[in-house]
Design a protein around this ligand. Structure first.
Ligand SMILES: *Cc1c(COP(=O)(O)O)cnc(C)c1O
Length: 416
């Protein structure tokens, strides 16, 4: 089928959850995606931070081929080789103790929320005063299920589905006084992204994360870091909290974990894990042999390829180039981010839309979040030449738009 035929078929057959870009991809290699007629696109979004090793990585191909010849699925009623091998790696790289596997980000956040409620229940049975309230942050994104979405900030994700899970309160981002005011023994967990993704690449302050750690430690509530987007090396460390010298009680991982095969992991402390016993929680598909084998291959490839150092180096180069660009273009309000989780905030949503469309015309894929923010989540194998290509294109697009900065707010002439 051609793109137009697919578009027309989907418009009649699918729920309208997505307003897709008019691009049809058939294959990928390295940092490039390719359409059926052979047009190559430089992918600086990598499937929303999933394809950390790019496309057609030999380690992933090999792991899939090998495992597909042996075993794809057994259910969690039996043992297979993959979960212990992967859990050994995940506990080593996160500094935590025990793992629960599921299939997506939302699903492991759901598991984390259930863990927090169960752990608070256990502590209450042991005489500690601990309630059921969850604190989340303004501009957070934790996923679309009824629990995860309850902890997600934007009304548009929650309101059509009300009532979502009750008991969540939102704290102003990086506002320690607000955190302290809302924290009490009623709270069983603080759920936060150390580096907010969907919220526009906003980084927690050391002061805020330290306060969250100290408060939760003082009552026994859990500090849960959602590193679904920022984890697995994207910021140059395995987890973004490792830049702060702080260890949460639980961390959730997903997007890049199995290099494009669906997999999520909740990793938690031995203490929190006391709350969970056989039969309380589960999943049919989670932690299957295929996903585990691929995730092991991804972690081993990141380590053998020294990709954490590479992400730091190339991320610093990319950020510096974007900062240079900002000095020459007043439409750039701010450049933010860590490693290869970067953002350029522009002074108007229309301009951001326009830049996105122009980048696409130049066969470079980026993304827009929080209206005015251009988001970059490229594969870890990115090289300087790719950064140079992207920054030149951005420079060209912003230079061609001298009228934009002066355009009236809400003007539509760029939304072609
Ligand atoms: C993408 C994302 C999720 C949700 O993951 P899904 O796999 O889409 O359910 C949760 N938290 C963060 C920080 C994310 O970026």
């Amino acid at each position: 089928m051609t793109l137009d035929e697919i578009k027309s078929a989907e418009s009649k057959l699918l729920l309208g959850t997505y307003d897709r870009n008019p691009l049809l991809f058939e294959r990928g290699e390295g940092v490039y995606l390719e359409t059926p007629d052979g047009a190559r696109y430089l992918d600086l979004l990598s499937g929303i931070g999933v394809n950390a090793l790019g496309y057609a990585h030999p380690a992933i191909e090999h792991a899939i081929a090998e495992q597909s010849r042996k075993l794809l699925h057994t259910s969690n009623l039996y043992y297979h080789q993959g979960q212990a091998s992967l859990a050994a790696r995940l506990t080593r790289i996160t500094g935590l103790d025990r793992v629960f596997f599921a299939n997506s980000g939302a699903e492991v956040n759901e598991a984390a929320l259930k863990l927090a409620r169960a752990y608070a229940g256990l502590r209450r049975s042991e005489g500690a005063p601990l309630g059921t309230k969850i604190l989340a942050l303004e501009n957070s994104f934790h996923g679309r299920t009824m629990g995860a979405v309850a902890a997600t900030w934007k009304d548009k994700y929650r309101e059509p589905f009300a009532p979502v899970m009750p008991g969540v309160e939102f704290v102003r981002f990086n506002d320690v006084a607000d955190l302290k005011a809302k924290f009490s023994t009623d709270v069983c967990a603080i759920l936060l992204e150390v580096l907010q993704g969907e919220g526009g690449i906003q980084q927690l302050s050391q002061e805020f994360l330290t306060a969250a750690r100290d408060l939760t430690r003082s009552t026994g509530a859990l500090l849960i870091a959602d590193e679904i987007q920022s984890g697995m090396g994207r910021t140059g460390r395995w987890c973004a909290y490792q830049h702060y010298g702080i260890l949460p009680d639980a961390v959730t991982l997903a997007k890049p974990l199995a290099g494009g095969i669906p997999l999520g992991a909740l990793v938690c402390s031995e203490e929190a894990a006391r709350a969970i016993h056989a039969g309380m929680h589960g999943t049919t598909f989670g932690g299957g042999p295929l996903a585990c084998a691929v995730a092991v291959a991804v972690i081993d490839a990141i380590e053998s390829g020294h990709l954490l150092d590479h992400v730091t180096d190339i991320g610093t180069y990319f950020r510096n180039r974007l900062q240079q660009l900002a000095r020459n273009h007043s439409a750039i309000v701010e450049v933010r981010g860590l490693g290869l989780m970067l953002a350029v905030e522009l002074d108007s949503a229309d301009l951001a839309k326009h830049v996105l469309a122009e980048m696409m015309k130049r066969r470079i894929l980026i993304n827009r979040t929080s209206e005015t923010v251009l988001r970059f989540l490229p594969p870890f194998i990115l090289e300087r030449e790719h950064v140079d290509t992207a920054v030149s294109a951005l420079s060209e697009i912003l230079s061609e738009q001298p009228a934009v900065a002066a355009a009236p707010a809400g003007g539509t002439h760029h939304a072609r």
